[in-house]
Write a protein that binds this ligand. Structure first.
Ligand code: ZN
Length: 115
């Protein structure tokens, strides 16, 4: 379970469901979102891309890390607060993937959205 905000590292407000960010960082994400390129904005909210990314995630049978966390990382990568390496890290640490699996999964998802 992710207990601390993945952006600033502070403890999240209890009851914040499966969100990975504290309230302050969530607001910051939305402010940054306004300035990203239009095609990324479209990509971040594309249901087709989300389905495709979820299918990739399911293939890897990730343990201990819900899809929602991956979806939030995709958003954070989009606004520049996280990188592909950070996604790889959380896939190993929380998702218990082998480093090579995490590398491939992170690569596939990031390239789907941002290339
Ligand atoms: Zn935070």
């Amino acid at each position: 379970m992710i207990e601390n905000c993945v952006v600033c590292g502070k403890m999240k407000t209890p009851g914040g469901s499966m969100a990975t960010q504290c309230e302050d960082c969530r607001k910051r994400v939305w402010e940054l979102y306004k300035d990203i390129p239009g095609e990324w904005k479209d990509a971040l909210f594309s249901l087709d891309l989300s389905d495709a990314a979820m299918a990739i995630y399911e293939e890897y049978n990730v343990q201990g890390l819900e899809w929602g966390v991956i979806a939030e990382y995709i958003m954070l990568i989009g606004v520049g607060l996280k990188s592909e390496a950070d996604l790889r890290g959380v896939l190993v640490k929380e998702g218990r993937l082998r480093p090579d699996e995490a590398r491939t999964l992170a690569r596939e998802i990031v390239s789907l959205y941002f290339e």
